[in-house]
Each structure stands twice: as structure tokens, then as C-alpha cells.
Write a protein that binds this ligand. Structure first.
Ligand code: HAM
Length: 423
């Protein structure tokens, strides 16, 4: 039996990986401009972190975690998301005491969820995310949203939709919660078992249920926006004002509840509007989580962030037909004729690379014609041809592959002379 890749995972091979690298480089570049600094946390954490952080009535915790006991008998979980681990580190490393507040962090790495694999939904996927801890200024909510939007835009995406909502503060949520229980309770028997369990524990989750999505009570459910108290309302107004100030078009969707329990006030998602994108259109999700640091054992601290997966980013680029120039070609291919010349290219190759050029040679003892073919495949800008005869005469022939022009240069000054040929 042959061994195959696990369901819901993928190999990212050369040719495709360059696209990943470009997106990752752009994300890092933007984080530099916005002053978010990288944090790397472990791939696995104590299971308890996600029970408390993400919430034990969420789909993620109930159905999707890769949880196992390690050899020491501890319950360990492969991280399904990055926010709880960042907050765990923030508390453990006492970052709330840092001089520079708010603490602005970003991460890039694999997350794991045992979901039903389909287009845009993987069991291992790479999230890029940011978290800003220690500020409850609505301007930072908008900074975080703008960072995500700009990342997509700078990679060329145009068909984007930004959806925002507010879940309000604790009091607003409590009032809304009571209204939801009142709304669903009389007919909760018509809902799935999960929703029945959620009714008393966390009725907001019912709104996020994939199974009962089209039940008529879903459409008439009380909207959180009607339950926002004055403070929460004012906060949301400010967020919308700043979004408008930045020319970021948005829609308000009162049903945007998100799949994780830690949110309050601002929540948002960015979707792809591109035709043929497929059923799952959410590219990025995030929001404010003012109670989470306390929940994980730290002081009362505000927080906001988002995460997006590179997989869905790439799917959106493809849906919009955006081709990135991923293969730029190498600077020089060294073709050799004859044994001595071949030996000599070992050193020449090293000289070129040390001088900062990308360079390649033949390792399969190929004929000169096949070496030229290899140079073409690598999109070499120049091919330097060395034969035993040239070697004796301290010469080497360099062909500019774009113009066809050939120049003979001194072999013992090869790199300096090669430099002069660049335009
Ligand atoms: P989330 O909505 O669960 O939020 O995931 C964020 C993003 O991760 C999604 O919008 C999607 O792009 C991507 N994603 C999620 N699951 C999958 C999957 N199975 N396959 C491919 N991509 C996926 C969070 O994870 C929060 N931690 C976001 C956040 C950060 N909130 C505040 N700070």
C-alpha cells in the first residue's frame, strides 16, 4: 500500500511556493509599516487554553480540535487558531508590563482543525494574524481592519467586501442573550442537538449553526444592534466613522457573530466577491476580545486582532485571475564543454553566487545543447559558455539571452566583467 498525504492537507511545491513567499513577504512588510512585531508560539498548547480561550460551546472546541494525551499524560492540542496562544504568552511573559503599549504582534504559521475538507477548507492551514493588546481606542480597531484590507489590495485583489458588526460590551451581550433565549426557547425542539445544548449555555452560538442555518427563527432572531447600550453604541459609531475616514467601504451585518467565544464590541470579516470563488467566501475574520486576557489569568486588558489564511488568499487571487510574477529567472547559467572546463565552473559558480548572483550549472554531464535547454527552463538572463580552448586562453563567452548578443570576457576577471554586462 502506498502512503498518501493526510486528508485536508497539501504539499506546496516549488512553482507554487513562490506565491506563498510573496504573500508572506508582503504581510511582513506591512507589519513593519504598521509596527506589528513577530511572535512565534508553539504549534501545540495545553488543551485547557482553547477550552477557556476559544470557548467550550464552539464548533472548534467541540468538533475540530486535534487533541491527544502526550506520554506524560497531559492533554495537548494542536493549535486551531493563534489568538489564545498569543494571549497566553502575553500573560505568561507579562507583556502588559512592557514600556511600549499597546503591544502589537503578528504571527504566521500552521493551524489545525478537524473539519470536513473542501475547497478553501483544510485541516492544516496557514494563518497570518495580528493582535493588538492594551488599547481600547476604536482607532486601533480600524488600524487592524485597514492592515488586512491593504494587504489584500496591495496583492491586487479588488473584489472584496468588508462586513462589520458589534457584539457590544458585557451588559449589552447579556441583554441580547436573554432576548435570544426567549426567542428560541419555545421551539428549540426543532433545532439540532448542539443548538439545544447551546440554548442556556451560549445562545449566540445558535446563530452560527451550520445545520439550522435556514430555520425561520434564524431570520427573525433579535439583533444585537438593538441591544447595544449607550457606550457600546458610541464605540461602534466611532469605528464606522474611522472606516469612512479611511474610505473603507463596509456593510453592517447584525448576524456576524463569528465562530469563537471571546469577541465583544467590533467583529469583522472580509469576503471575496469574485465570481466562481466557491461556497466559502470568508477570507479573513477578526474582532475585539476585551475579556480574554483576564480569562487566561492576566489583568483586565483590551485586545483586537484578525487572522486570514494564505490558502484562501491564493484562492481569491486565482478567482480574480491575478497572476503574480513568481519566476523571474536566474542571472547566469554556466555551460561547459570538456572536462577541464567543467571542473573550472565549480569555482566560477561559487564566485558568481558570492557576488550576489543566482547561478546554476549542469550536474548531469549533459551535451551543450541540453545545457542550453536547461538554461532556458531556468529563464537564465545570461549563459556563460566555457570550453577547454577558452580556458587555455583565459577567455569566456557570455551570451545575453534577451538580445542574443555575445561578449568575450577575461576569465580571471569574470565576475567584474560580468557585472559590466548588466543593464
Ligand atoms: P477564524 O474566523 O476562525 O478566526 O479564522 C480566521 C481565518 O482563518 C478565516 O477567515 C479563514 O481565512 C481562515 N481559516 C479558518 N479555518 C480554515 C480552514 N479550515 N482552512 C483554511 N482557512 C481557514 C480566528 O482564527 C481568530 N483567531 C481570528 C482573530 C484574531 N480574532 C482576533 N484575533
Amino acid at each position: 500500500m502506498s502512503i498518501s498525504i493526510p486528508r485536508g492537507t497539501q504539499d506546496i511545491l516549488p512553482g507554487e511556493v513562490e506565491l506563498w513567499q510573496q504573500i508572506e513577504a508582503k504581510a511582513k512588510e506591512l507589519c513593519g509599516k504598521y509596527q506589528y512585531h513577530e511572535i512565534r508560539t508553539p504549534i501545540f498548547e495545553q488543551t485547557e487554553l482553547f477550552l477557556r480561550g476559544v470557548g467550550d460551546t464552539t464548533d472548534i472546541v467541540q468538533k475540530e480540535m486535534y487533541t491527544f494525551e502526550d506520554r506524560g499524560g497531559r492533554s495537548i492540542t494542536l493549535r486551531p487558531e493563534g489568538t489564545a496562544p498569543v494571549v497566553r504568552s502575553y500573560v505568561e511573559k507579562k507583556m502588559f508590563g512592557n514600556a511600549g503599549q499597546p503591544v502589537k504582534l503578528y504571527y504566521l504559521g500552521p493551524m489545525f482543525r478537524y473539519e470536513r475538507p473542501q475547497a478553501g477548507r483544510f485541516r492544516q492551514f496557514v494563518q497570518f494574524g495580528v493582535e493588538a493588546l492594551g488599547s481600547s481606542d476604536p482607532a486601533i480597531d480600524v488600524e487592524v481592519i485597514a492592515l488586512a484590507m491593504n494587504l489584500y489590495k496591495e496583492m491586487g485583489l479588488k473584489k472584496l467586501k468588508l462586513v462589520v458588526n458589534s457584539l457590544g460590551d458585557k451588559d449589552s451581550r447579556q441583554a441580547h442573550r436573554d432576548a435570544l433565549v426567549k426567542h428560541f426557547k419555545p421551539r428549540i425542539g426543532e433545532f439540532c442537538q448542539d443548538c439545544q445544548n447551546r440554548l442556556e449555555k451560549n445562545p449566540l452560538r445558535i446563530l452560527d449553526c451550520k445545520q439550522d442555518r435556514s430555520h425561520e427563527l434564524m431570520k427573525t432572531a433579535p439583533s444585537i444592534l438593538e441591544y447595544l447600550n449607550e457606550e457600546s453604541h458610541a464605540y461602534f459609531e466611532k469605528v464606522k466613522q474611522y472606516l469612512t475616514q479611511l474610505d473603507l467601504a463596509f456593510e453592517v451585518d447584525a448576524n456576524l457573530v463569528r465562530g469563537l467565544d471571546y469577541y465583544n464590541h467590533t467583529t469583522f470579516e472580509i469576503m471575496s466577491d469574485a465570481e466562481g470563488f466557491g461556497a466559502i467566501t470568508t477570507l479573513c475574520g477578526g474582532g475585539r476580545y476585551n475579556g480574554l486576557v483576564e480569562e487566561i489569568g492576566g489583568p483586565n486588558t483590551a485586545g483586537i486582532g484578525f487572522a486570514l489564511s494564505i490558502e484562501r488568499f491564493i484562492a481569491a487571487l486565482k478567482a480574480e485571475g491575478i497572476e503574480l510574477n513568481v519566476n523571474e529567472g536566474i542571472d547566469c547559467y554556466l555551460a561547459a564543454l570538456g572536462d577541464e572546463a567543467k571542473d573550472y565552473t565549480v569555482g566560477l559558480l561559487q564566485q558568481l553566487r558570492s557576488a550576489g548572483y543566482s547561478a546554476e550549472r549542469d550536474y548531469l554531464d549533459r551535451k551543450i545543447k541540453a545545457q542550453f535547454k536547461a538554461a532556458d527552463r531556468l529563464k537564465a538572463k545570461f549563459v556563460a559558455i566555457l570550453g577547454d580552448e577558452e580556458l587555455k586562453n583565459n577567455k569566456i563567452n557570455v551570451k545575453n539571452m534577451a538580445t542574443g548578443e555575445q561578449t568575450e570576457i577575461a576569465l580571471d576577471a569574470f565576475v567584474q566583467e560580468f557585472k559590466k554586462l548588466q543593464v
